[in-house]
Design a protein around this ligand. Structure first.
Ligand SMILES: NC(=O)c1ccc[n+]([C@@H]2O[C@H](COP(=O)([O-])OP(=O)(O)OC[C@H]3O[C@@H](n4cnc5c(N)ncnc54)[C@H](OP(=O)(O)O)[C@@H]3O)[C@@H](O)[C@H]2O)c1
Length: 310
């Protein structure tokens, strides 16, 4: 039977997952807080970049609603984590049946706790591995107006629940490399603990990869990433093990040199554009690690140094 998926949030991530769900034969609608937002304008053009090969464009024209109703096989949340505090979202989530799975793609390690209070049905989690953004990026002129995106391996990772497996299968059928993983919460916690402090360091270095490599913030970010890993592990009730040793300046140095060379779009501009857009979320995530670290008596000095710099 044709699956009906309601995606809450119709920005860069929602646009791409929605497009590929339609390719898999799903009926997809978007639920937004304002139909007047540029994120809700239809039709819109989606430009798929490839690491090797040409960029291709496809047009998306899907229904956008601003008030929830029932009767969906799955509801997906493609919002930033700070949007979970919005009264609008609480009102919308109250409408769905208790047997409708909600798949949340929000990244904060404490989102599951919040969603359990907001949603009466089962909540599953996804980890976004794709890169997507409004085009053209600032200071560039191509491709045209719309969204650009890249689908690397593991562009979507889901938990190994039945709805998670179904969602991964639908995305794969629509052309997205998607997997369902046994230990998604720990995988998500490790990757965000590594990434968010590095992004804070990049912001504090004027969004310049070169400046972050040569300035003082890289060492602080690596120490903060180690703290965040240990705190997330404690929160999830597991041993951080080797993951807490991974964030090291040498590794970040290599990544920040190599990544811009392989990306088919200007990576530094994307990072500045995207993480300025979700700056409130970055700050909230740092605050949550600091709070959780204090509660558990774990070190947070480097996280605090980053947070007070922002
Ligand atoms: N884009 C990427 O490459 C990427 C990669 C990995 C992870 N992520 C994560 O995916 C999430 C979404 O990112 P995105 O790039 O899709 O962002 P986006 O393009 O800004 O889209 C966000 C969507 O959420 C809605 N929204 C924001 N705040 C809201 C609130 N308080 N209440 C209700 N709706 C709200 C926006 O509505 P309006 O149009 O009304 O503002 C928009 O529809 C973020 O957590 C981001 O960190 C993104």
């Amino acid at each position: 039977m044709r699956q009906r998926i309601l995606i809450i949030g119709s920005g860069a991530v929602g646009a791409v997952y929605g497009h590929h769900l339609v390719k898999a034969g799903c009926q997809v609608n978007y639920l937004v807080r304002s139909k007047k937002s540029s994120n809700s304008a239809m039709p819109r053009d989606l430009y798929q970049y490839r690491l090797l090969g040409k960029t291709t464009m496809q047009r998306q024209h899907l229904r956008v609603i601003d008030k929830a109703y029932r009767d969906w096989d799955q509801v997906w949340l493609t919002l930033p984590s700070d949007a979970l505090d919005s009264p609008w979202l609480a009102q919308q989530l109250a409408v769905f049946d208790a047997d409708t799975p909600l798949i949340s793609w929000t990244p904060d390690f404490r989102d599951g706790e919040k969603l359990a209070k907001l949603y009466k049905g089962p909540v599953q989690h996804g980890l976004i591995g794709l890169i997507s953004f409004h085009t053209p990026l600032p200071g560039t002129s191509s491709p045209g107006e719309g969204f650009g995106y890249l689908l690397p391996p593991r562009s979507a990772m889901l938990d190994n629940s039945r709805p998670g497996q179904q969602a991964a299968a639908l995305l794969r059928a629509g052309g997205v490399p998607a997997v369902a993983l046994k230990d998604l919460p720990w995988m998500g916690a490790r990757s965000t603990a590594l990434m968010i402090p590095s992004i804070a360091a990049l912001e504090l270095s004027g969004w310049s990869l070169k400046a972050v490599r040569s300035g003082p913030w890289l060492n602080i970010a690596c120490a903060a990433a180690r703290e965040a890993t240990v705190i997330s592990a404690a929160y999830l009730g597991r041993d951080a093990g080797m993951a807490a040793k991974l964030p090291q300046p040498l590794l970040m140095n290599v990544i920040t040199r190599l990544a811009p060379k392989v990306m088919p779009f200007p990576l530094e501009i994307y990072l500045q554009y995207h993480f300025s857009k979700v700056g409130a979320q970055t700050r909230m995530m740092l605050d949550h690690w600091i709070e959780e670290g204090h509660r558990r008596g774990l070190p947070t000095g480097s996280l605090q140094e980053l947070r007070s710099g922002l």
